[in-house]
Design a protein around this ligand. Structure first.
Ligand code: CAA
Length: 261
C-alpha cells in the first residue's frame, strides 16, 4: 500500500494514514486503500482497531483539495459517495474503532474521526469543518454525524462559521473523550484497544450493534434490538465462562482469555 500502514499487535491492530507530506489528506487512493485495509482485517484475531495519522502534526487535514478542485457535479457526488462508503464501513465495522487524533482533523479528517466509535486526541489537535470557506458542504458525513455527536446548534455553528476548535474545546463539547500530551496519545489508544480486546468479543460486537442500530430508531424498537442482541450472547462459551468465573468462590482462580465463541 502506498498510503496506509497496518500493524496487528496481538488482539488489536493499528491503521495509520501515511501521507504525511500532504498532512494525510484523503485522495481517492487513500480512500481505496483504507477500504481494502478494512476488508483485510483478520476478524478471527483482531478485536479492536486504532486509527491514526502519520507524524506529529496531522491526523487528516481533509479531503484532497487538489483532487476536488476540478470535479464536475457528478464527480463531486461520486467522490462524496466514495468517502461515505468507507466511513460507513468503519461505523458499521464489527469491532470497535478508536480514532487517535494526533493533530489536524479538518473537513474529511474530522468526519473520519466521527465515523469511529471513540475519539481521543493529542493536545495539539485541531478540529473543524472548513468546507464552506472552500465553496462546498462537508461531504463525508459531517453534516450528519457532527449534529448527532455535539447537537445541532453547535454543529451548525462550527459548519456555518468554518471556525476550527482546539482540543480543549473539542473535549468540552463532547467531540472527544479525552486529551493527551502528543507523545502519550498512541499508547493511550492502544491501551484502550487492548482493554476492549480482553472483554468478551461477541458481547462487545453486540454492544456496538445495539448502540448504533438503536440510535436510528425510536425507543420501543431500540429496546427490542437490545433484547435480541442480549439474548444472542447466551449459550456462548464466553457467557458461560464469564458468569461461571464470577460465581466460582475460589479466590486463587485466574481469568482466562475469552475465546470469541
Ligand atoms: N488537501 C490537499 N493538500 C493538503 C490538504 C488538503 N486538504 N491539507 C494540507 N495539504 C498539503 C498542503 O497543500 C501542503 O502541500 P505542499 O507542501 O505541497 O505545499 C502540505 O499539505 C502542508 O500543508 P501547509 O503548508 O498548508 O501546512 P500549514 O501548517 O501551513 O497548514 C493546515 C496546515 C492549516 C491544516 C492547512 O494545510 C490547511 O488549511 N489545509 C486544508 C484544510 C481543509 O480545508 N480541509 C478540508 C478539505 S475539504 C473536505 O474535507 C471536504 C469533505 O468534507 C469531504
Amino acid at each position: 500500500m502506498e498510503f496506509i500502514l497496518y500493524e496487528q499487535k496481538g488482539s488489536y491492530a493499528v491503521i495509520t494514514i501515511n501521507r504525511e507530506k500532504a498532512l494525510n489528506a484523503l485522495n481517492s487512493t487513500v480512500l481505496e486503500e483504507l477500504d481494502q485495509t478494512l476488508d483485510a482485517v483478520n476478524l478471527d484475531e483482531v478485536r479492536a482497531l486504532v486509527l491514526t495519522g502519520s507524524g506529529a502534526k496531522s491526523f487528516v487535514a481533509g479531503a484532497d483539495i487538489g483532487e476536488m478542485s476540478t470535479l464536475t457535479k457528478a464527480e463531486g457526488e461520486a467522490f462524496g459517495k466514495k468517502g461515505n462508503d468507507v466511513f460507513r464501513k468503519i461505523e458499521n465495522f464489527p469491532i470497535p474503532v478508536i480514532a487517535a487524533v494526533n493533530g489536524f482533523a479538518l473537513g474529511g479528517g474530522c468526519e473520519l474521526s466521527m465515523s469511529c466509535d471513540i475519539r481521543i486526541c493529542s493536545d495539539n489537535a485541531v478540529f473543524g469543518q472548513p468546507e464552506v470557506g472552500l465553496g462546498i458542504t462537508p461531504g463525508f458525513g459531517g453534516t450528519q454525524r457532527l449534529a448527532r455527536l455535539v447537537g445541532a446548534g453547535m454543529a451548525k455553528q462550527m459548519i456555518y462559521t468554518a471556525r476550527n476548535i482546539k482540543a480543549d474545546e473539542a473535549y468540552r463539547i463532547g467531540l472527544v473523550n479525552a486529551v493527551y500530551p502528543q507523545e502519550e496519545l498512541l499508547a493511550a489508544a492502544e491501551k484502550m484497544a487492548s482493554g476492549i480486546a480482553q472483554n468478551a468479543p461477541i458481547a462487545v460486537r453486540n454492544c456496538k450493534k445495539a448502540i448504533n442500530q438503536g440510535l436510528d430508531v425510536d425507543m420501543d424498537q431500540a429496546i427490542v434490538i437490545e433484547e435480541k442482541l442480549f439474548g444472542d450472547c447466551f449459550e456462548t462459551q464466553d457467557q458461560r465462562y464469564g458468569m461461571a468465573f464470577f460465581l466460582d468462590k475460589n479466590k486463587d482462580k485466574v481469568k482466562e482469555p475469552f475465546k470469541n465463541c
